[in-house]
Design a protein around this ligand. Structure first.
Ligand SMILES: Cc1cc2nc3c(=O)[nH]c(=O)nc-3n(C[C@H](O)[C@H](O)[C@H](O)COP(=O)(O)O)c2cc1C
Length: 174
């Protein structure tokens, strides 16, 4: 597949088949994450992979934004100790880094026929407790994965002519 086709084809998927994802494919998805760029190459990220059904169910109970029956979750976290090395901008950069890493994982998944959805709506205090996350690690996003029941239709995008500013803000394509 052409890269733009992959980027445009990926969808937030919230309904999945009861079909497990192979360890090999999960490995490829995480590998895509670690090759993301990061500010000063600090790689201030940690990824917690959850595939056991009973653990997924527990996380669902504390995550109002998590829908459906995903086969795997990846909790994407900032390692605040490492982020500190980036100085004043460290944590802000780390948030950008994990966002790029997350997109890498979702695109990798899509290229393998696997659907995903980012979930920001979860109870962080409960998640920290549930997964024994230490104080210097901050979970920011949960990615859910599974084979889609069907690929949803793409939601509308703001047109390029509206969001693209040429040379200065407010100047658009003719
Ligand atoms: C930072 C972020 C947080 C999101 N949180 C949730 C969420 O909690 N629950 C959910 O169902 N979808 C969530 N989404 C998915 C968006 O609703 C979805 O990406 C958007 O509607 C565009 O659809 P598309 O991804 O299919 O293009 C989130 C997306 C992003 C980028």
């Amino acid at each position: 597949m052409d890269l733009l086709e992959i980027i445009k084809g990926r969808r937030a998927v919230r309904r999945f088949q009861e079909k497990p994802i192979s360890v090999e494919d999960l490995r490829k998805i995480i590998e895509a994450a670690i090759w993301a760029p990061s500010g000063s190459n600090l790689q201030a990220w940690e990824f917690i992979l959850i595939t056991k059904k009973k653990n997924i169910e527990k996380i669902k109970m504390i995550s109002p934004g998590l829908f459906g029956n995903p086969q795997a979750l990846i909790v994407v976290c900032i390692n605040k100790e490492r982020a500190k090395k980036g100085g004043r901008l460290g944590e802000e950069m780390a948030l950008m880094d994990i966002s790029i890493a997350s997109q890498n994982m979702m695109l990798m998944a899509y290229s393998l026929g696997i659907g995903s959805c980012p979930v920001a709506s979860f109870n962080k205090v409960a998640l920290n407790e549930l997964l024994s996350i230490p104080k210097h690690v901050d979970p920011r996003l949960i990615l859910i994965f599974g084979y889609p029941l069907k690929w949803p239709k793409p939601p509308r995008r703001r047109p390029l002519g509206e969001v693209l500013h040429l040379e200065e803000f407010g100047k658009h394509l003719e």
